[in-house]
Design a binder for this molecule. Structure first.
Ligand SMILES: NC(=O)c1ccc[n+]([C@@H]2O[C@H](COP(=O)([O-])OP(=O)(O)OC[C@H]3O[C@@H](n4cnc5c(N)ncnc54)[C@H](OP(=O)(O)O)[C@@H]3O)[C@@H](O)[C@H]2O)c1
Length: 215
């Protein structure tokens, strides 16, 4: 069972939609159970036959064995410290790309002392298997079931089996491909591509993605 904490936002909703279209039955988590349920109902109507649940973050984390983090970086430490016990022994997929926006300068990466949001998540959750993935997937594209997702999902983790499972989830989303990005220490490079993509999107009025050539 998959849960997406912060799944009421565009990135989490988009991931829930694509994973449901791929045959999974994701649960959308929210700080407010009613918001989680409303987002799940809205998504389930966007394509026939989708099974998507909605709950509060805590119930969603307890119900799932693979838990996506799809809320802003500012929320990471408080949410993970609160839900640490429920996440013990589980795969935690960090989608977070710490970013800031400044007028006239566009998007830029926020420095994280641990190296990356994903490494910080692993430090907070030593008994979970943290996997960094999907940080470069555009929410706008994920959310439109008629758009073909092009590109690669670079997957980084220090837990080989967990990494393999998450690469498999990326592969299940039509036309996306999971690429082994090595250890969790590499997550910082992947996270920092996201503000670059945001700036490219503004210049070209597109939703850019990444593709690793030669594999
Ligand atoms: N948007 C993109 O295209 C994109 C692309 C790649 C990666 N990402 C990453 O994906 C994550 C989610 O992006 P998003 O654009 O969907 O974000 P968002 O809309 O700002 O937030 C998603 C959800 O997180 C919850 N939330 C907000 N602030 C929170 C806090 N301080 N603590 C706990 N929960 C909080 C809210 O849900 P409730 O109020 O219902 O709890 C909100 O609906 C971000 O970390 C971002 O870096 C985004």
């Amino acid at each position: 069972m998959l849960a997406i904490l912060g799944g009421t936002g565009p990135e989490g909703k988009g991931l829930a939609l694509r994973l449901a279209m791929a045959g999974e039955t994701p649960i959308i988590g929210s700080r407010d159970a009613a918001r989680g349920t409303a987002a799940a109902e809205e998504l389930a109507q966007s394509a026939p036959g989708l099974v998507i649940g909605g709950m509060d973050n805590s119930s969603a984390a307890a119900a799932a064995d693979v838990v996506f983090l799809a809320f802003p970086y500012e929320g990471q430490r408080p949410v993970l410290e609160d839900l640490g016990a429920a996440l013990k022994g589980k795969i935690v997929v960090c989608v977070i790309a710490p970013m800031k926006f400044e007028r006239g300068k566009g998007a830029s990466a926020v420095e994280v002392e641990a190296g990356s949001a994903a490494q910080e998540a692993q430090d907070i959750l030593p008994d979970s298997q943290v996997v960094a993935a999907f940080q470069n997937a555009s929410a706008e594209e994920l959310l439109d079931p008629n758009v073909t997702m092009e590109g690669d999902v670079v997957v980084c983790s220090d837990h080989a089996e967990a990494k393999k499972l998450v690469m498999g989830l990326a592969d299940k989303i039509k036309d996306l491909r999971g690429v082994d990005g090595g250890s969790l220490a590499n997550a910082k490079y992947v996270e920092q591509i996201t503000p670059l993509l945001v700036n490219i999107n503004r210049i070209y009025k597109i939703h850019a993605g990444i593709k690793i050539m030669g594999i």
